[in-house]
Write a protein that binds this ligand. Structure first.
Ligand SMILES: O=C(O)CCC(=O)C(=O)O
Ligand SMILES: [Fe+2]
Length: 199
């Protein structure tokens, strides 16, 4: 990705952060329409062969024929919601990538979370660019070196922020959104991705 932004990773990969990519008012309106209009589902994932419910709700949107498999869960894309395609167009001004889908996560409150993982599915290619938009409650997004589990970084992903991960990030770094007891309001996160054909 071409940008004048500072790379926030110290080595192996690139992370760029735009704290106010969407204005407060616009972000609040987007949150309301996505919260009420996306087809949120509570789905299981397979971990070591065992099915467990994800600690959050999800929805997967994208171009016709796009499907995404992760942690034993296959999802076919629902056709773009107009609010999601509007957000995608705006992101593409900062990050001109051919995104063809978006995985939406709804963290209902601070009890919802996402554990340590890498977005390194083969269908994303070797060096995927992932654009992550946050709306609603602010949550911390932590990263650490995958091999050593050290060099921890933490970013506060507030309402209207955009975080872009690119280059070797998904090979060398893992990330999570930990639980946060005091948070009682919801957060929506949208990760725009490009899934290659034939997966
Ligand atoms: O909620 C977030 O900020 C992260 C979401 C994420 O890591 C993912 O969808 O793979
Ligand atoms: Fe992720």
């Amino acid at each position: 990705m071409q940008t004048n932004q500072e790379n926030l990773l110290p080595f192996h990969g690139n992370v760029y952060f735009f704290p106010n990519f969407f204005g407060d008012e616009e972000s609040r309106e987007l949150f309301e329409s996505l919260y009420h209009e996306l087809h949120w589902k509570h789905k299981p994932i397979k971990i070591f062969g065992k099915e467990i419910m994800q600690p959050r709700l999800t929805a997967f949107y994208g171009d016709p024929g796009t499907s995404y498999t992760y942690s034993g869960l296959q999802q076919a894309a629902i056709p773009w919601h107009p609010a999601l395609s509007g957000i995608k167009r705006k992101i593409e001004t900062a990050c001109p990538e051919p995104f063809n889908c978006v995985l939406a996560n709804l963290y209902r409150d601070g009890q919802d979370s996402m554990g340590w993982h890498r977005d390194n599915e083969e269908s994303l290619g070797a060096c995927p660019t992932i654009a992550s938009v946050s709306l609603g409650a602010s949550r911390s997004f932590q990263m650490r070196d995958y091999a050593t589990k050290s060099t921890r970084l933490s970013f506060e992903l507030g309402n209207g922020s955009l975080l872009i991960m690119s280059g070797e990030t998904q090979q060398y770094w893992e990330h999570q959104v930990p639980k946060s007891k005091p948070i009682s309001s919801p957060r929506i996160n949208l990760t725009f991705r490009h899934i290659m054909a034939n997966f």
